[in-house]
Design a protein around this ligand. Sequence first.
Ligand SMILES: Cc1ncc(COP(=O)(O)O)c(C=O)c1O
Length: 255
Amino acid sequence: MKPNAETSGVKLDKYGKTSPGQRFSAHEGWPLCPGASPRRLASLRSEPTTGTVSRELTMTATTAADLGGPTLPQVRRLVTEVPGPRSRALAARRSAAVSAAVGSLMPVYAVAAGGGVVLDVDGNSFIDLGSGIAVTTVGNSAPAVVEAVREQVAAFTHTCFMITPYDGYVAVAEELNAITPGRHEKRSALFNSGAEAVENAVKVARSATRRPAVAVFEHAYHGRTSLTMAMTAKNMPYKNGFGPFAPEIYRAPMS
Ligand SMILES: Cc1ncc(COP(=O)(O)O)c(C=O)c1O
């Protein structure tokens, strides 16, 4: 008998989230990474099970948040077929609720991630080669990042810098100015997404030069908004059927 979702033990609420106090089971053999906290180590215990898996390590997680971060065992481990039953149930809910225009590469649904591993809702662990499209370069849920976010949202969640400014924005701009190449005087502006940043770079350049044309590299990806879609080279899946496109885009060979 294969281990199944019942032995992986994750219960989800109607939002697909784990609920406080639920028990999260992982199968025996997860090596614990060096940074595992005493609290988490103490919460691990062995108990007999009835499936083919002779013994389970069961940890009591207050929330899925307890599992995420660098103490998540850094192993690849499958405990169900892929996708497992909980991921398939979420996929069914997704197809009824989420626009078909949004695709996902992985058929599994994440419940926690830590370091370079993603844990799915069925208890399977995967090496996180996607790494949030390379934005989790310090590992998923790195404690310093978690703490900074926690402090910020506890202080205030949003004011809109253009209405009421705050120091964090200024500090990020200072840091960007310091670490980007060149010793000239610099100023930075922050935007919600890569595409919005690219669009604003074009606006800044057009305003400064009074020249409308934009040069992009062949094969480059710039985003999915109207202008950045025109700047992006690849037709499928980014542009096909979505024209007309913005004019004055010129492609330069990359090499
Ligand atoms: C080079 C580059 N430019 C622009 C973008 C668009 O960023 P976003 O998806 O945040 O709009 C991406 C996103 O992957 C990117 O890799």
